[in-house]
Design a protein around this ligand. Structure first.
Ligand SMILES: [Zn+2]
Length: 136
């Protein structure tokens, strides 16, 4: 019997919200099987069910960023100019680092600078995304 190759991961909520991520998305593992629905007024949980019809395809990284909390308007100022200004010449005083499967590599999820700013990092296909900056 031929194995039907899965192309999508689908999540659905009772409110009708539907999220679809491509099986080829390099960040698909960042989206948990179950998470709190963020649709306005919805109090249910979104559950993974690959048998559902797919909805609009989203990038896993975008879902992950929403799930991680996007932060306030001020915390979201992470454009190139903002990041350069924040980081250049600053001393890193803390780093959240975890071992990777390859012992010569590491995963970094955030960096704290001497002025108390913490840069939150997430993987993306073109390097690391800084999606939020918190203070203190
Ligand atoms: Zn919902």
């Amino acid at each position: 019997m031929a194995v039907k190759k899965k192309l999508y991961r689908v999540w659905g909520c009772r409110c009708g919200a539907r999220f679809t991520v491509l099986e080829t998305d390099p960040n698909k593992h960042l989206v948990p099987d179950r998470f709190k629905c963020w649709a306005k007024g919805c109090r249910y949980y979104v559950n993974r069910d690959d048998s559902l019809d797919r909805g609009l395809v989203a990038q896993a990284i975008m879902l992950y960023q929403v799930l991680s909390g996007l932060g306030s308007e001020d915390e979201k100022k992470c454009g190139p100019a903002d990041v350069r200004k924040m980081m250049l010449g600053k001393k890193v005083v803390a780093v959240s680092v975890e071992p990777a499967p390859d012992k010569h590599r590491s995963f970094i999820t955030n960096l704290t600078l001497e002025d108390g700013k913490t840069l939150h990092l997430a993987p993306s296909t073109r390097g690391v995304t800084i999606y939020k900056v918190t203070h203190g």
